[in-house]
Design a protein. Structure first.
Length: 547
């Protein structure tokens, strides 16, 4: 972007004089960054200061008519005192300065206003204005709410660091240029335009967001801005493996994703004549969770890692900082907010995050599509975390079967879940399918029709008596035929979360009471579970968890 002369970000040198023709050429009309004022009007100058402070900054040329005609000021020194007095009641303005300018034989004042990088400016009566096109507009309603939220919480990423652009290695500049799809020679100007670099006091320095996206050695100046991963085995209280990932946010997310998936390992199961190696967690769900964690964490919490814990029950990703006041655990799926929008925007640019407001949906959809338990969201006094379970009410064979079927038949998530439902209960109705899928009547009818057309379901009866069953040729691996080892693995994963009961095993594995008793007894006999209590109070736990 080309900034007008006198703008705080302009590359043009400030001058004390301009010819009338040069002035007319450089300042032909008011714009988003330029305003004309014929005199020192207290209210209008205060509005301009607030409007420019809450936008990109700008300049006010005082002594110029609204049509751009230079009329000049008398007694510039006295007008300068009036100017400072007129601006004295503005609340939290951006930095500003005033300087005289002579145009031909007339004297002007130039008010130079910087953009506020933290918080927002208000007029003396509390109005919040923002420069839009060539005027200062009051913000109201949803627009005001969103603006205040962003300025109140998404401020730290715009803080200027002590990292000079000259200290950024060539390799980091090349990586940044690839991410922004520009030539290396143009990356500095692009980062300046994106406010990831800032000119300040004769230096060009990175903001916090700039350091996170374009400087691989940011961990020391920012203070533990990376991801720490801890792996726990069984019921151990100390991790047996610890890894840390630092650098730019995209490198952190990619490195952490690969490490977590490697540590979890894969399910290797047979479906028909095929052997399928399947990740224990959906990579897309894990990636989105990690990307959200680094984009929404509080980087003001220096010395605190984004923490990832790997346990037999799943993966927990904990971010420093609580949810902003506008978000709660109840509305997190519906409200849109980014603590670090520039960091999130960068992650979207490099394909590591969804658009604002879609990340939670993607995590939930990916977990559901792979027949795993829903993610859990929790908030503490100084943190927010997401837990991704590696267990579910479906065994690995069932998961592998449905994932292979999705690939072969191009099924969407709802179609896949409907097939599993039909295979498990024997036959379904529109009403039971609606309850299972949480869809409305018409959406469910369309899903059933798609599966009928693909030959995956068979219709029985008509109208109110219509039922649908799974085509026998699909050969769904029934829980009754699952290998004992697969069932045992599911029970052990449940025991890692807490005491297990016969009823819980029956529910999760769709077993009869006798089958569940036999399965639990075999795990006790092999020393993998410990039985406590009697009759209805019987519980099964991992060895050592009751000490």
């Amino acid at each position: 972007m080309t900034w007008p002369r006198f703008h705080p970000l302009s590359d043009l040198s400030p001058v004390d004089e301009l010819t009338a023709s040069d002035f007319a050429r450089e300042f032909s009309a008011e714009s988003r960054h330029v305003e004309f004022k014929q005199g020192v009007s207290r209210r209008k100058l205060a509005d301009a200061l607030v409007g420019f402070s809450n936008a990109d900054g700008g300049i006010v040329l005082i002594g110029v008519s609204s049509a751009g005609k230079v009329v000049g000021l008398d007694s510039v020194g006295e007008r300068l005192r009036e100017l400072h007095d007129a601006l004295s009641n503005v609340l939290n303005p951006g930095r500003y300065s005033a300087r005289p300018l002579r145009v031909g034989d007339r004297d002007l004042l130039v008010l130079c206003i910087e953009r506020r990088r933290e918080g927002f400016a208000q007029t003396s009566d509390g109005a919040i204005l923002q420069r839009q096109r060539a005027s200062n507009q009051p913000l109201k309603g949803p627009e005001l709410s969103l603006f205040v939220q962003r300025r109140a919480f998404a401020t730290f990423e715009s803080t200027v660091t002590d990292i000079d652009w000259d200290d950024v290695p060539d390799a980091d500049r090349e990586n940044a240029a690839r991410a922004w799809r520009v030539e290396v020679d143009a990356i500095r100007e692009r980062l300046l335009d994106e406010d990831l670099l800032v000119r300040e006091q004769g230096r060009i320095r990175l903001t916090v967001a700039g350091a996170l996206t374009a400087f691989s050695a940011n961990d020391e100046p920012l203070g533990r801005s990376g991801i720490e991963i801890l792996r726990y085995t069984g019921t151990e209280t100390e991790p047996d493996r610890r890894e840390r990932f630092t650098g730019t946010v995209d490198a952190m997310v990619r490195g952490a994703e690969r490490f977590v998936l490697d540590m979890l390992g894969k399910h290797s199961v047979r479906v028909g004549i095929k052997r399928i190696d399947m990740d224990r967690l959906p990579p897309l769900a894990l990636r989105e969770t990690l990307a959200n964690a680094v984009a929404h964490r509080s980087y003001e919490a220096r010395g605190t890692w984004t923490r990832v814990e790997i346990r037999v029950t799943g993966v927990t990703v904990r971010s420093p900082g609580t949810l902003p006041e506008s978000l709660t655990l109840e509305n997190i799926r519906d409200r849109q907010f980014a603590r670090s929008p520039k960091v999130l925007g960068f992650l979207r640019r490099v394909g590591l995050a969804e658009d604002l407001g879609l990340g939670i949906d993607r995590i939930e959809d990916e977990m559901a599509a792979e027949l795993l338990e829903a993610p859990r969201f929790e908030e503490g006094p100084s943190w927010f975390q997401v837990h991704l379970p590696v267990s579910g009410s479906f065994a690995p064979e069932e998961r592998a079967w449905i994932l292979e079927l999705r690939r072969e038949r191009a099924l969407d998530r709802h179609d896949a879940l409907l097939i599993v439902h039909a295979g498990r209960v024997g036959n379904v109705t529109n009403a039971s399918a609606r309850e299972w899928l949480a869809l409305d009547r018409d959406e469910t009818r369309r899903a059933l029709r798609r599966l009928l057309d693909k030959g995956l379901l068979i219709q029985h009866g008509e109208r109110g008596g219509t039922r649908y069953s799974l085509a026998e040729a699909l050969g769904m691996p029934s829980p009754e035929r699952l290998e004992r080892e697969a069932r045992q693995q599911v029970v052990l994963q449940l025991a890692g979360e807490g005491p297990v009961t016969n009823a819980l095993v029956r529910e999760r594995l769709d077993l009869g009471r006798g089958q569940a008793v036999g399965l639990l007894r075999s795990l006790v006999d092999s020393g993998q579970l410990v039985r406590t209590g009697e009759k209805r109070g019987t519980r099964y736990e991992l060895p050592g968890s009751t000490d």
